[in-house]
Design a protein around this ligand. Structure first.
Ligand code: ATP
Ligand code: MG
Length: 575
């Protein structure tokens, strides 16, 4: 490819809408362009990267026994109604009607449609296990599409579905996919970590792991144990139960009766904490949520953060769980959120985090403006109809398995594997005949990789101030050849010959033949992120040499022109 012909419109400045490095760099380097919120066009360089990631995914999925298919994007509502997900998916689903007013959606995922397919054509245990996959656009009307390819509304996903005859066999399929995922991300040059996860709208019974590309810009937070194998998304991470040492019943008896204290204008835990001179862990935080029109009251220790996924799993599921807004609160708690407390609230919808349910004396809002209660004892001063782990785990807390202090990191979820059990096969009565001639529902698994998100994650993990640093396996091109003076026929001829030889040796190369200043060419080479840059100059040629730069390390060296192709191939193979 000649640079003069390449459609890679680079920008000096990133558009204002771009917040994180990968979004800025992919726009600036001319890999993608935004069409509308969360919807992007892949330009030639971007599409080459996508195709390379897809190819790695394909090779590993085929090696693991997968067979590639292509399922419809447009799916009838009835299938989704049968599994209850037409309702549950809520406003994240893109819905449409045909000319006869029949309802459809644009596939956000494909469990329903593939289960229906397999139900029609697979009847015997002898046909199992069956692993089918596709690489296709998915559609999700995300609440906050952002960060470019990271959270799109139209994005590229590989999704594989496994059908097995028994729970054991389903576990084997799961393990095989887990290993294949590790290989895929390693080959893509991503540094990933598998963590225990929440199943979200996919559901299922058999456990699930997310593959996290570790990066500061990641939207997910993970905790991991330095001593045992425990690692989890904080959405899922269990919190170790409160220490046994907390004084039991006698503490409740020892605590004096509760008394009201004036706390004028002190609404936040920090403000009341400062006013009363007590640390935040001595407070109870009372949060009012709204889930599908119902109110829920959640109580946590003042220094803790609510985990909405746990709350939804414990009290829901709700299609739409959110903190109640000012208007909701005005009717329920006229004192406002700042003075809310569990004393005297109806118990019907009260859930208390296990740390806030210990018999110790706490401070909480008195449900009156400018007032709090002191010496409130859970169980004595307010009922405990439901106690559960409802808070967000944090780095530094004890590991729920072995007690060591947990480490923390941020991550980009690039893939997730689910052992679904019989959730979808039961709902859609997809059954086969087992060894004993009995009919039973399939044991299923589903496995997704965010192909477009993985591209952004690679940029996020490796970019620098000058641009992208592609791992060679997914780089749009391996190498750029830059002639120093395109008016010098010796230089251009040598550059052209080198370019041809590189292609002949399988090295995907761009020749920067543009009549631009050298500085501009170098800047663009760094921005686009070619793993290797070869500079051909008259001075170098006089010595029979060219200059080689490695984008990753910035190392420069002169190498003999005659050995250039072999050297380039060697470096690419090593990486
Ligand atoms: P998230 O929690 O980030 O919204 P998810 O858990 O809903 O993702 P899955 O249903 O597990 O996503 O989809 C499989 C993979 O598809 C994810 O691991 C992720 O890499 C990718 N993916 C999901 N949503 C998006 C999106 N909006 N944009 C780009 N990639 C996505
Ligand atoms: Mg997921």
């Amino acid at each position: 490819m000649k640079m003069s012909r390449l459609f890679a419109p680079t920008l000096r400045e990133a558009p204002a809408e771009a917040e994180i490095a990968s979004h800025k760099l992919l726009l600036r380097a001319g890999f993608i362009r935004r069409s509308t919120a969360g919807i992007y066009t892949y330009l030639p360089l971007g599409w080459r990267v996508i195709r390379k990631i897809e190819q790695i995914v394909r090779e590993e999925m085929n090696a693991a026994g997968g067979q590639e298919i292509m399922l419809p994007v447009v799916q009838p509502a009835e299938l989704w109604q049968a599994t209850g997900r037409w309702e549950l998916y809520g406003s994240e689903m893109f819905r449409l009607r045909d000319r006869h007013s029949r309802e459809f959606c644009l596939g956000p995922t494909h469990e329903e449609i593939i289960t229906e397919l397999v139900k029609g054509d697979v009847h015997s245990y002898k046909q199992l296990p069956l692993l089918l996959y596709q690489i296709q656009n998915k559609y999700r009307d995300e609440r906050r599409p952002r960060f470019g390819l990271m959270r799109g509304r139209e994005f590229i996903m590989m999704d594989l579905y496994s059908f097995d005859r028994s729970p054991e066999s389903a576990r084997e399929s799961y393990a095989r996919m887990y290993t294949a995922y590790e290989a895929i991300f390693r080959r893509c040059g991503l540094s990933c970590r598998a963590v225990e996860a929440d199943a979200g709208a996919i559901g299922g019974s058999g456990g699930t792991h997310e593959f996290m590309a570790l990066a500061e810009a990641g939207e997910a937070e993970v905790v991991f144990c330095p001593d045992c194998a425990y690692a989890a998304n904080t959405e899922k991470a269990e919190c170790a139960p409160p220490p046994e040492a907390v004084p039991a019943a006698d503490a409740a008896e020892a605590a004096p009766p509760r008394t009201e204290v004036a706390t004028p204008g002190a609404r936040t835990i920090e403000e009341v904490s400062a006013l009363l001179g007590l640390p935040p862990e001595r407070f109870l935080k009372t949060l009012v949520y709204k889930g599908d029109g119902q109110y829920l009251v959640v109580v946590l220790r003042g220094d803790r953060t609510a985990n909405e996924v746990k709350i939804n799993n414990c009290l829901g599921p709700f299609r739409d769980l959110r903190l109640a807004d000012e208007d909701d609160l005005a009717a329920l708690l006229p004192c406002g959120a700042g003075f809310a407390g569990p004393v005297g609230l109806p118990a019907a919808r009260l859930a208390v985090d296990s740390e806030a349910a210990v018999p110790a004396a706490f401070v909480c809002g008195a449900n009156r403006p400018d007032a709090h209660w002191r010496d409130v004892v859970p169980g004595r001063d307010f009922p405990l109809p439901l106690t559960a782990d409802l808070r967000l785990a944090r780095a530094g807390e004890p590991c729920p398995r072995c007690g060591a202090a947990l480490g923390g990191a941020r991550g980009i979820e690039v893939g997730q594997v689910f052992n679904l059990g019989q959730k979808y096969s039961e709902a859609l009565s997809a059954r086969f005949l087992n060894e004993d001639g009995k009919s039973q529902p399939f044991y299923m698994g589903c496995y997704g990789i965010g192909v477009s998100r993985a591209m952004a994650a690679a940029v996020e993990q490796r970019g620098d101030e000058s641009g992208i640093i592609w791992p060679p396996a997914i780089a749009p091109y391996h190498c750029v050849v830059v002639p120093v003076n395109e008016k010098d026929p010796t230089v251009t001829a040598a550059a052209m010959t080198l370019y041809d030889k590189l292609w002949a040796a399988g090295v995907e190369t761009v020749l920067d033949d543009r009549p631009e200043r050298l500085g501009v060419k170098f800047k663009d080479a760094d921005l686009i992120g070619f793993p290797l840059r070869l500079v051909v100059s008259a001075a170098g040629l006089a010595q029979g040499q060219i200059e080689l730069k490695r984008r990753r390390t910035g190392d420069l060296e002169f190498i003999p022109l005659a050995e250039a192709v072999a050297r380039v191939r060697l470096i690419l193979e090593e990486n």
